[in-house]
Design a protein around this ligand. Structure first.
Ligand code: FES
Ligand code: FE
Length: 389
């Protein structure tokens, strides 16, 4: 059983959530522009943010642009194939350098305004008529680098000048959920292949999506297919409620599929006690990982506005399974259905957040202390700007 969360005080005035374990954040936390801006500044632009799947960057010069908080970031590979990330801002007059979501730069990034040119390591290598300009330090006026870590086959970015410990923040979240960070190693996530990717444009605040992912109170109501496969979810206790707990497949269930039929080849490193189980991990602020014996599902959220979040969801399988062209539909459809059911619920919740009826928030049932902990964390980060009545 989880223990009651420690009480965390909001930094400067504002709301305090922990007076009662059942109080939620007030509705304004999900709609107020100043709150969202504070979250961009203090959360998304400060913490480790899972941005791009490394394998999506196929070779030198391939790039993707991603939105991290208020900033656009270019993630690319240099000539040696090493991953680099830069603020997507020309150092001359601040033009957005790459307008595309993805592409391939042949040898360099060239600004569309006055043609300043940067190599794939971000160094300024050419500027027309620069000889007529005062001496300019080409290193100093290179693209500004963003901190990167590669983990689980994804590029994680941190825009903070001094990044927090990746081990504490990201690996620590896995450790907390699985009981030991190495319990994820057997799934060999970095070496799996992308079987399917679905992008959802959700008209809801990112925190509603996290809270929904952390709760299972709704499972019996809105997830009939999932509760068939994982009968214990019908009782409403989330897998995230217990440290190290994986929800067990039902007796008749052959695999984690829409109809409980046979799944794909099991990942060989999955331990015996992890077989026929489902694990769910939340890594704040924007990542969910689901582990089942034959695949791994990774959700990355991109909060775009207080009431809009893009969620990119990847289904990862053993490489030979993807190469074989086997039909993945029954496998993918189970969690796609769960996503659609969840996001529909979040979109139905979002308008209510602006209602005066929800001005003081709502309640959590006692089994959802862990969502209360999430609210405490939000309050500790941005509680001072959450409007109260
Ligand atoms: Fe990019 Fe002038 S703004 S070269
Ligand atoms: Fe759900």
């Amino acid at each position: 059983m989880t223990t009651a969360p420690e009480k965390i005080e909001a930094p400067k005035g504002g709301v305090k959530i922990s007076e009662s374990l059942i109080a939620t954040l007030p509705g304004s936390a999900y709609v107020d522009e100043a709150v969202f801006r504070a979250e961009q500044e203090r959360i998304f632009e400060q913490m480790w943010f899972c941005a791009v799947r490394s394998a999506d960057l196929e070779g030198p010069g391939t790039f993707k642009t991603v939105q991290v908080g208020r900033e656009s970031v270019i993630v690319s590979r240099n000539r040696k194939g090493e991953i680099r990330a830069f603020f997507n801002i020309c150092r001359h007059r601040g033009v957005k350098l790459c307008m595309e979501d993805s592409g391939k730069a042949e040898r360099s990034f060239q600004c569309p305004y006055h043609a300043w040119t940067y190599d794939l390591d971000g160094k300024l290598i050419a500027a027309p008529n620069l000889t007529k300009m005062p001496d300019i330090d080409r290193q100093e006026y290179g693209l500004v680098k963003v901190h990167i870590r590669e983990y689980l086959g994804y590029v994680w970015l941190c825009l903070a000048e001094e990044p927090p410990s990746f081990e504490d923040e990201v690996m620590g979240a896995i450790e907390t959920r699985l009981g030991d960070v190495h319990r994820i190693d057997g799934y060999d996530v970095a070496n799996l292949s992308l079987g399917r990717r679905i992008t959802y444009d959700v008209k809801a605040n990112w925190k509603l999506i996290i809270e929904n992912f952390m709760e299972c109170y709704h499972c019996a109501t809105i997830h009939p297919e999932l509760t068939e496969v994982l009968p214990e979810f019908a009782d409403g206790l989330a897998a995230q409620y217990f440290v190290g707990h994986g929800a067990e497949f039902g007796d008749e269930v052959k695999g984690f599929t829409i109809d409980g039929s046979e799944g794909l080849d099991v990942i060989p490193g999955v331990a015996e006690d992890q077989d026929r189980r489902y694990y769910a991990i939340t890594i704040k602020p924007t990542v969910f990982i689901n582990l089942v014996p034959d695949h791994v599902i990774i959700h990355r959220m991109f909060p775009m506005a207080a009431d809009r979040t893009i969620v990119e969801c990847d289904w990862l399988y053993l490489p030979h399974v993807v190469e074989s062209g086997k039909d993945l539909d029954a496998s993918v459809e189970l969690f796609n259905r769960v996503n659609l059911q969840d996001f529909d619920a979040c979109e139905r919740t979002q308008p209510g957040m602006a209602s005066r009826i929800y001005a003081n928030g709502g309640v959590l049932v006692p089994s959802e202390h862990h969502i209360g902990e999430f609210h405490d964390w939000v309050a500790s980060m941005v509680g001072d700007v959450i409007p109260t009545n």
